[in-house]
Write a protein that binds this ligand. Sequence first.
Ligand code: ADP
Length: 171
Amino acid sequence: MSVSLKAICSDITTLTVDAIVNAANESLLPGGGVCGAIHRAAGPELARECRLLGGCQTGDAKLTKGYRLPARYVIHAVGPVWKGGNDRESVQLASCYRRCLEVAAANGIETIAFPSISTGIYGYPIDFAAKAAIDSVRAALKKLPSIREVTLCCFSPSDFAVYQQLLAEVR
Ligand code: ADP
């Protein structure tokens, strides 16, 4: 059976999937953007568990429970801050998506939703970020057959349009 990879336009905190991904910062403490929304929806237990993890490096990902979210788990990924594109940002962003899927597979997670990591406060241009995200997910899925469904969850209709366009292109 082939894996489902699709984009949607939604609030990621409402999704009923095994895991949602948080666009976190290296401290893994609650911040703004999607991170703030996830912490608000999950409740204070999420920040308590995050504090025990000792932070996370850019390009890496760590798992917690989902607490009051419909999703059972949260995978906290730290994307790069955009610095113009010559500072390994694309490698680090691709690494985020790959590490999330590896952590997911290692924990029996079969359905997962990603926000558009780094494209808010961290300033990564949406077209470049969406391309890196889709390429990285497709490459990782080839090695992780237990993952059944990957949802790329956009917050704005214009971001959604970018993802839709890229997903429709021939691979
Ligand atoms: P970063 O610091 O990695 O840039 P942000 O949270 O600022 O993280 O933004 C990442 C993406 O998440 C942006 O595209 C933003 O529009 C989007 N976003 C913000 N809130 C939500 C939400 N509730 N659900 C899904 N995506 C969201």
